[in-house]
Design a binder for this molecule. Sequence first.
Ligand SMILES: *Cc1c(COP(=O)(O)O)cnc(C)c1O
Length: 439
Amino acid sequence: MTNIYGYTMTKPTTDPLLNYDRYHIWHPYSSIGANHPLWRVTSAEGVRLKLADGSTLIDGMSSWWCAIHGYNHPTMNRALNDQLSQMSHVMFGGLTHDPAIKLAKLLVDLAPKSIETVFFSDSGSVAVEVSMKMAIQYWHDKQQPSKQKFLTVKNGYHGDTFGAMSVCDPVTGMHSLFSDTITPQYFVEAPHCGYEQDCSDSDIEPMKQALIAHNESIAAVIIEPIVQGAGGMRFYSPDYLKRVRELCDEFGVLLILDEIATGFGRTGKMFASEHAGIEPDIMCVGKALTGGYLTLAATMTTREISQTISSGNPGLFMHGPTFMANPLACAAGVASLELLTSSDWQETVQNIEIRLSEGLAPCRELECVEDVRVLGAIGVVELKTPVELADIQPKFVEQGIWVRPFGKLVYLMPPFIMSDDDLKVLTQGLYKVLCHHNG
Ligand SMILES: *Cc1c(COP(=O)(O)O)cnc(C)c1O
């Protein structure tokens, strides 16, 4: 039996735990019972994942952008142990605690100047939901209740819950499957100007036309700044983002920047908005916020928006997760941000950028490769045709590296602590696998 992706249904392996997993547990974007290759991790240390068979893999993914300090970091561990001995959780309604206050202060101090308030939530998708609700509530309290829609670009990714999904790329986000449930939003062509290029009038024109036509029903433009992540690993011109900011001001629309993937140094700046020198009205952070230790995200906004919502009707922001500002997660956030800001992270990320550029350059010569691009600690090899994950992933594991491509994209975003030697093993391993793939 095969499913639509051509995976054959699995035959039992010799590992009973893996067998249980395959028949009972959903993984991200997976199916039950299919023969997805799956490896059981027993521990992780520094930049290495240790597998059940005793072998180790150099982690090229930072567990999806998160583990910027690597795994089992002594400073992070100490901070979490200390917090654990105080309290692991307490409700946030009517109560507060030092980890939340300390983390909020660190975030407000690091964020663009006009960003002053913080709403903590459990995941990136929820932070995006919260940002959308904030934008709608703001306009409601400004007596413009018709502003409830969002404008965004194609190829975006903002999360998997319904509000977030509504602003993900309609094709890769499978909007057709959910067409009666998902809110229709406004989409324009993604910018074609690369990071190094200026933005031409034709690049920005679709966004401008959409705002001319629909500004009265649009609450906000929502966009990933500079790097479109899971929707295509595309880097675009800071000039485009600058023009988007100008258009939002011109047409009375808020700007939400989704910094969940780009935040905390990954692109070479603390936040990607800094490449364009602009400030958002609302920004979402998550992923690397706790250094990959626990799930936590935040939606941050300006005094103006916070005060408008707080003095409007009902005068409360209508959201409040059970695990809001979980103290353990906040303590991890504090420790991670202190580690990051006390290090020479700009130089570190710049060095990774150089190593990735050098290490991935040979891939350009391969017939199967369409493009190679690097920005900060992100390296992308775009292929001409999609890879078969079930075929290629075991080959990366054979090379001792953990790389998880999607579609045509083979990409690296290593932990910031990775040594030059390990970066070499990682990029050479990736090249070897692609050579073989090339045929
Ligand atoms: C990962 C991601 C999200 C969703 O975050 P989750 O924690 O997976 O819910 C939203 N936006 C961007 C840009 C992301 O990369």
